[in-house]
Write a protein of this length. Structure first.
Length: 296
């Protein structure tokens, strides 16, 4: 297998996957609205015929499906669009992979869990509390139903550098650099996942021929407030601008969040030999990457 097709290559994860995997494989990048990668091919995952046409044209050895509607609140307020992209779109990609007989790596989320216990393992029963999590769970079920050769990868709070789109980490950096105070929840726990590390994990999954469900998150469980403070410290920004609040006090969310959707990564460590970096080391990678790409 020398060719990998990556969907959603204009997004945070898809762009990093396409760039990183190109060091090892021939990569075909696809996008729906705006090409970030220069040679990216337009493919709307909600158009089944278009998906089948692109997969047949390029005949990849594996498809990494990163395209998704990931805005949790937008999924809650525009459920039809969320379902069309996250569920129908994934089903189309899965059917395309089954049609040409190739492996599918589907990137899901920790939000398939209800957040009542935290440090979830792969065998824990999903029970999403918002519509975004529901669509991702239904997409997982489609992958398992349709594909015989698949990996479902569940990260948590993806962050990293993207030249056009903010994520939680870069939002914190941008806010503090511009002297804006921010309120961040102190009782909402995740396992922040650097996209650079996730790209390496996907490469390992491909090279080892793994199958099944894997939690592919960062090494540490932290609250969003702790995460923000760590970011401020690493980038030497004023952390006094960060105000800790409780989830119950934050009234800007349209969708309910799981209180603790952190993930246990013991299976990934054991089966793939992957050792995710401590949070401060991951943030150093982000800082170095942002420094190298400044002005691009």
């Amino acid at each position: 297998m020398r060719k990998v097709l990556v969907t959603g290559a204009s997004g945070l994860l898809g762009a990093r996957l396409a760039d990183f995997l190109s060091n090892t494989y021939e990569v075909v990048s696809t996008h729906r609205t705006q090409a970030i990668q220069g040679s990216s091919v337009r493919m709307d995952v909600t158009d089944r015929d278009a998906v089948l046409k692109v997969l047949s044209r390029f005949s990849p050895g594996v498809v990494v499906h990163a395209a998704a509607e990931t805005n949790v609140d937008r999924c809650e307020t525009n459920k039809d669009a969320a379902w069309k992209v996250n569920v129908d779109g994934t089903r189309n990609v899965a059917m395309g992979c089954a049609r040409i007989g190739v492996k599918l790596v589907y990137v899901s989320t920790d939000y398939v869990f209800d957040g009542k216990k935290g440090l979830y393992v792969e065998d824990d029963r999903p029970n999403p509390v918002n519509y975004y999590g529901l669509t991702k769970l239904k997409a997982e079920e489609s992958v398992e139903e349709i594909c015989s050769d698949f990996v479902i990868a569940r990260p948590s709070v993806l962050y990293g550098w993207h030249r056009k789109k903010l994520n939680f980490a870069t939002w914190v950096i941008d806010s503090l650099r511009n002297g804006r105070g921010i309120s961040v929840v102190k009782d909402h726990y995740n396992s922040p996942t650097l996209v650079d590390e996730l790209a390496e994990v996907v490469l390992t999954i491909l090279q080892r021929g793994l199958t099944g469900v894997y939690h592919t998150a960062g090494a540490e469980k932290v609250s969003r407030y702790e995460f923000a403070v760590n970011i401020a410290d690493m980038f030497e920004l004023d952390k006094s601008l960060i105000t800790p609040v409780k989830m119950s006090e934050l009234n800007v969310w349209q969708a309910k969040r799981p209180r603790d959707s952190s993930l246990c990564i013991d299976k990934l460590r054991g089966m793939a030999g992957v050792q995710p970096l401590p949070l401060d080391e991951a943030l150093k990678i982000l800082k170095n990457r942002m420094s190298r790409t400044k002005g691009q």
